[in-house]
Design a binder for this molecule. Structure first.
Ligand SMILES: [Ca+2]
Length: 205
């Protein structure tokens, strides 16, 4: 009888321990969700980015797609940003940038806080395809920011994708400066032609 009581007590202690652990996990999950809500987007842990393969959401009237925003140098509209459902690398869609005017560049980007990642190396990769990129070319971009001011950048300037090229994975990296608050990453087309981008990935080491 005594042995049964001891076993029962042990079982109760074990169960209480499990419940406590489960509660901690649930709280941790809520905290993660809260952090994501406080941030600008739902970043997927496996890619480090939101909507890294352009598979969710449609283009908004203001020209945004979930996770990403689009910019061009200045002046009249010179770059079109579209979701291509016929030409893609993974899933069923990619992002396409088409030059339609004289401005020197158009870029699709997303910005992520880098608190706690200072001093680490940021590595950005994505699959890129081009057609008639006969201006300066197309490439990946990383910018390190301190409240909007640019601290450092890598625009893949030494190895831009030119002319007509089939899908290929490219990668660039840049160290996160001590004063950095955010990292902004993306794909840029400089001048003529078209570029498609898909399956982005951002890691830190
Ligand atoms: Ca895709």
């Amino acid at each position: 009888m005594k042995i049964k009581i001891i076993l029962l007590v042990c079982l109760l202690i074990a169960l209480t321990g499990c419940q406590k652990e489960e509660t901690n996990v649930q709280q941790s999950g809520r905290q993660d969700k809260q952090q994501n809500t406080n941030g600008r987007q739902n970043i997927a842990p496996e890619t480090g980015l939101a909507n890294a393969g352009f598979e969710t959401g449609e283009l908004s009237k203001s020209g945004r797609v979930e996770g990403w925003h689009f910019e061009q140098h200045a002046g009249p509209a010179s770059y079109e940003f579209t979701l291509d459902k016929e030409i893609f690398h993974g899933g069923s869609r990619s992002l396409k940038i088409t030059n339609i005017g004289a401005e020197p560049y158009g870029v699709a980007q997303q910005k992520i806080p880098v608190h706690g990642l200072r001093g680490k190396e940021a590595i950005l990769s994505a699959w890129i395809r081009t057609e008639n990129a006969d201006g300066t070319g197309a490439g990946l971009t990383i910018r390190m920011l301190n409240s909007g001011a640019i601290l450092a950048y890598n625009f893949m300037s030494e190895a831009l994708v030119e002319g007509t090229q089939d899908w290929k994975q490219y990668s660039i990296s840049l160290q996160v400066p001590e004063r950095a608050t955010d990292i902004e990453v993306g794909i840029m087309l400089q001048g003529k032609g078209m570029v498609w981008a898909d399956d982005f990935e951002l890691t830190f080491k």
